[in-house]
Design a protein around this ligand. Sequence first.
Ligand code: ADP
Ligand code: MG
Ligand code: MG
Length: 280
Amino acid sequence: LEVNKYYEVIRELGKGTYGKVDLVIHKIRGTKMALKFLKKKTTKLKSFLREYSISLYLSPCPFIINMFGIAFETDEYYVFAQEYALAGDLFDIIPPQVGLTEAVAKRCVHQVAIALDYLHSKKLVHRDIKPENILIFDRECRKVKLSDFGMTRRAGSPVKRVSGTIPYTAPELCDVSRHEGFCVDYSTDVWAFGVLLFCMLTGNFPWEKALPSDSFYQEFIRWQRRRTTTVPSQWRRFTEQALRMFRRLLSVEQDRRCSVKEVFGYFSHSWMLDAENNNN
Ligand code: ADP
Ligand code: MG
Ligand code: MG
């Protein structure tokens, strides 16, 4: 199929080793849409069809990116079409070291939580929750949608290798020696959701170094089990209620981590950031 016969490319929206995402106008329909191009060289037809069909299956959720039911191939790429998110992705709007205001962060993660709850109710695990995969329609995050279902698998299927993006990967999955007999589990998304929420509120990761270290996990476990009362410095800005929520979301011990359903209870609290330390 000759792409240019039907679509006019306006600009590139994203690029990676996978291929690219282009903003296009459908010449006959006159509608704008995003085309995701996956390189045939590095993408198996089976993986393309899985990502496409999962995205299509999840489309009815208002907080998941909408699909047009268009898929085709060119000489070089497998391609599918999805709605265009006009404000890009969340990564671009989180101010580093500062974070978004509490109101914006809350509105955004609440919508992500609804999307995740829907996904989990369909027995699927996203496995790549991060700001780059949350598409936004305006910079105030009045409307956000979860996207990129390339890593999504059924809960309970065997884990073969470390997947996802390291800072958002749950500790049990970072430990490659433990992968034997590991299964895809909802708790992976809950950890990543916790990291996401922390990033949105602070513009930083929950740990000081580029990546979480073993000593970070050890100290964190002590804090979570309340064996120490000293809150890590980067956590001082949160309210008691928010700290309680983070203890459960970012529980190093997988079986102590809360479910996405439980997250909704936490949103009924009005404040996440301590008013005194809140510089937003
Ligand atoms: P990958 O699987 O390689 O991560 P994504 O589907 O996440 O690919 O797309 C890569 C990037 O392209 C996203 O992080 C986002 O910035 C941009 N993008 C993808 N889909 C859309 C869309 N529908 N509207 C606007 N931007 C998009
Ligand atoms: Mg992505
Ligand atoms: Mg992907």
